[in-house]
Design a protein. Sequence first.
Length: 202
Amino acid sequence: MSEAPARTEWIWIRHAPVQGQENRYYGQLDVAPEPVAPALAAAIARRLPAIAVWLSSPLGRTRATALALKPGVDTIPVGDFTDQNYGLWQGRGFNDVFAANRTLDWAHPVEIVPPEGESFLDLATRVYAGIERLTDHYAGHTLISVAHANVVRSAIAHALGIDLATALRIEVAPLSITRLGCRIVDGAPQWSVGCINLEVAG
């Protein structure tokens, strides 16, 4: 009897809430996260495997969140998992940007490119590449990736094969957990979903 294909587990965690950026595009600004309450950090940590490869984006808020959940962890920064680059919109309020750009097709935001920035499609393209590369490299292992809401939405879209417009409608709360799994069967990846946007009570 042949062995079942090795399963690669992806556990995505959105970083903790950020400070002073309500209703703003902060994207690749390296803004600080709020502290994670010890009781909440412990409750989340209890849902995570003891042995895993920890990843983060290069931004400090993801590394700080990882350290709150697993003190002393040395995350591997993955450039493909950096938050969306909103270019000249970074630091500006949502309403301000909308008022100044009413001619953009806001009903179809996937391909909107902020000045000197990138679209959600651009972000998803690099996230897909990173997932495929790391799933191959760490086949059969568990990966815990602390990242950003649109990165997690992209990972869900990649796993389920859904369009990005639909993915943008998925709620991804701060510190929520999304679990995805991949097996290679007959040379092709087969993805499954364990949970999406699981919020843990502290």
